[in-house]
Write a protein that binds this ligand. Structure first.
Ligand code: ADP
Ligand code: MG
Length: 720
């Protein structure tokens, strides 16, 4: 029998299909009972707070009123009592630093009493503010070491929750994370600021259309999450996957996604158990999980929640990623959230579905049933088009990162060129608007904004263009370029801000027209036509994966920011600083810090990847190749057999040479500025890694399978 450790892992997996604990399937009835069981949501608040405090807290949550800090003590006491009943021992402020993940530092509730016996305490002050020792979170120079402190501040709009683990539980309080001087050190603070900017501008438009009653407008978000599952026993044998989140080597499997039989296929039993467990945990926490299915690639799956306000949806997204990972470990899987874990196989994204909703329940991107509603819809929709056209490069920047670079434009994901897909009926409407003439006779005609009905636009039309990075899907836009591992706050912050700028522009024009006594309907009509004419180049309905589109997009002057390196200058460009500071989303100092952090992160990732590649190739692959050579030398007698040996020699030489090249490039790493070092990564390190990969992958197809140390693509994608 083989002594190969990989083979042993496979034997175990094959022999014991479902080694994991039975999972209880929640029934629909029980979903009602468990939903939000571990969440200090509205119902629990109503039940456990005095009516006065409940009302005050709800006003902050629902109407955005400033938090009355006088209520903090009562809320904290109620939270403590509720949490203790659930077996909680610790609490933590939970925040989203610029590492891209979440951070927490647990504090015990217990404190000594006068008589020496400990009691459980949780004060309002502890609820409202925390001071994590934050000196090792990235700040991009925002905090000099002498003032290395940041503090966390309670975000009451996102309810606290209890996270259970095997032998304990923690009360988790969502917070924002800022420096003493008020700079945002996290991803949530800019998101909240962008929401405020968007609301202010969107309300101006609503008022112009005569809506006097809506008080709040919030961006809504539903993020579809794609991920891979790999059996842990195989993943453990892949240092590249464990360390970098993706495979740095691996020959193309004989069968990938060509059969297209995985998409929406039957979910394997073991995976279904995992998903059920994930959903149960998320429902407990009040995360409204809705759909699950197989994705395009083998071993790839998707989960989507129901949409919520962007702030809450962001926190829930972070919980989704965390839960996927922790539950996967329990089920013997590694959950891989990287954007491109397997070369040549479909990557993973996180489609950010974005819309605007009022506190009266109106979706502002829903084409209405009356001419007036339709005119208002056209203003909002046109504002989005204008925003994406003017600031497409900022949208691309919002999803940059070493991982997503491998996915965008890789022929199964939207390209790095940002365009908008409108679809069927709306396409016709916008073609007419762009032509400036309202052609009678066409399906959409005659179109008279504010007078005539738009042609019916089906929310569930099968009319989809999956190649488009920014697609209108009936009553929302779907931004598909977001990477599967990314915190969606970054992209939502940019969408909110650029749309706020567009709405500002349109509201200013319309208000001026009204002030001059112009007819409002005519003013809307003129503004929409004029704006569409100027920005129609952003609309594209064809195949965004094609070479023809690349060329056409260049002609239209749409930027194609292929890599993170190309995106970096746009983070703190003059234009970016002017835009984000005008709407008080990021200050210049904050943008400069993001430039440093995002640049550094890119460089660090590529450094780690290249070091891992060198290590794996020299300590695992090269020895395996030599072992195989030894056995061939012993047995090869005929000339074709010796030919095999020659071929192997050539492949080993190629491996050694590419290893040396990569080592040399790493040794020659420049000391310069962030941009220079990032350029070096893209121009020198990544190509050398690719050469090394070619050499390793060629050997994988030659060397005795019994000697090959790394689980193959086929094994990782198909064995569970
Ligand atoms: P599809 O994209 O296939 O049409 P759905 O209609 O279920 O699928 O929507 C996908 C995602 O879009 C879900 O997460 C859903 O909650 C979200 N979504 C639906 N409506 C909105 C909205 N108004 N704002 C933000 N997200 C939304
Ligand atoms: Mg979708």
């Amino acid at each position: 029998m083989s002594t190969n450790i990989r083979r042993k892992a496979l034997l175990v997996i094959g022999a014991n299909k479902n080694p994991f604990a039975e999972v209880e399937f929640p029934t629909t009835k029980c979903v009602n009972e468990i939903f939000g069981k571990y969440c200090f949501g509205e119902n629990v608040q109503r039940e456990r707070l005095s009516p006065k405090v409940f009302k005050s807290l709800q006003e902050t949550i629902r109407q955005g009123k400033t938090l009355d800090s006088g209520i903090a003590d009562e809320v904290a006491a109620a939270m403590l009592k509720w949490a203790l009943e659930l077996g909680v021992t610790h609490f933590t402020h939970w925040f989203q630093p610029m590492t891209g993940s979440t951070a927490e530092k647990h504090d015990c509730f217990i404190e000594p009493r006068g008589d020496g016996l400990p009691i459980a305490k949780f004060r309002g002050g502890e609820l409202i503010r925390g001071e994590p020792d934050a000196s090792s979170f990235p700040s991009g120079g925002l905090r000099a070491t002498f003032e290395a402190r940041g503090y966390t501040a309670w975000d009451p709009t996102s309810p606290a929750f209890v996270l259970k683990h095997d032998n304990g539980a923690t009360l988790v309080i969502p917070t924002i994370f800022v420096s003493w001087t008020g700079e945002a050190l996290d991803k949530k603070t800019p998101l909240l600021r962008s929401g405020a900017a968007l609301q202010e501008q969107a309300l101006r438009i609503l008022r112009l259309f005569g809506n006097k009653t809506a008080n709040r407008i919030e961006s809504t978000m539903g993020a579809e999450q794609e991920y891979f599952l790999v059996d842990r026993r195989l993943a453990a044998l892949r240092p590249d996957l464990l360390v970098t989140g993706r495979t740095l080597f691996g020959a193309k499997p004989p069968r990938g996604q060509e059969l297209e039989d995985n998409y929406f296929g039957a979910i394997p039993e073991r995976v279904l158990k995992f998903m059920t467990d994930v959903e149960k945990e998320l429902l407990d926490l009040g995360v409204p999980i809705k759909t699950r299915h197989n994705e395009v690639a083998p071993g790839q799956f998707e989960l989507a929640p129901m949409f919520e306000t962007a702030n809450l949806a962001t926190d829930h997204q972070m919980l989704i990623m965390r839960t996927l990972k922790s539950v996967a470990a329990r089920h013997g899987f590694l959950c891989v959230l990287h954007e491109k874990p397997f070369a040549g196989v479909n990557g993973s994204g996180k489609h950010n579905n974005w819309s605007l909703g009022t506190d009266e329940g109106e979706n502002l991107l829903e084409p209405g049933d009356t001419p007036g509603e339709n005119a208002q819809f056209l203003v909002f929709c046109t504002a989005v088009l204008r925003a994406v056209h003017k600031y497409g490069h900022l949208l691309r920047m919002s999803v940059c990162g070493a991982g997503n670079d491998h996915r965008l434009g890789a022929n199964e994901a939207p390209p790095a060129i940002i365009s908008v897909f409108l679809g069927g009926a709306l396409d016709e409407v916008y073609a007419q608007l762009a032509a400036g003439s309202l052609t009678p006779g066409s399906k959409a005609a005659p179109l008279e904004i504010g007078v005539t009905l738009l042609p019916p636009i089906s929310r569930h039309s099968g009319d989809r263009n999956r190649t488009s990075p920014f697609a209108f899907t009936g009553n929302k836009f779907e931004f598909r370029a977001v990477g599967s591992s990314q915190n969606p706050a970054g992209s939502t912050t940019v969408i909110n801000t650029i749309v706020a700028e567009s709405l500002d522009y349109m509201a200013t024009k319309l208000e001026a027209a009204v002030a001059k006594g112009e007819d409002f309907k005519a003013a809307v009509r003129n503004l929409v036509i004029e704006t569409v004419k100027e920005h129609k180049d952003i609309i594209f309905s064809g195949d965004c994966y094609s070479q023809a589109w690349k060329e056409e997009a260049a002609k239209r002057g749409l930027p194609n920011l292929v890599s993170t390196v190309d995106c970096l200058p746009h983070i703190n460009s003059k234009e970016s600083i002017a835009l984000f500071s005008k709407y008080k989303v990021y200050s210049d100092v904050e943008l400069n810090s993001r430039f440093e952090i995002i640049g550094d992160n890119y460089i660090t990732i590529i450094n780690i990847e290249s070091s891992t590649a060198v290590e794996v190739a020299s300590t695992l692959i090269l020895p395996a190749a030599f072992r195989y050579k030894e056995s061939l030398q012993k047995t090869a007698t005929t000339s074709p057999q010796k030919g095999l040996l020659d071929k192997l020699d050539g492949q080993i030489d190629a491996l050694i040479i590419s290893l040396e090249t990569l080592r040399a490039k790493k040794a020659g790493f420049p000391d310069g500025e962030t941009q220079e070092r990032a350029n070096y990564c893209r121009d020198k390190i990544l190509p050398a890694m690719l050469e090394l990969r070619k050499a390793v992958d060629a050997l994988e197809e030659t060397v005795d399978d019994d000697l090959w140390p790394l689980p193959t693509y086929t094994e990782m994608l198909f064995a569970y």
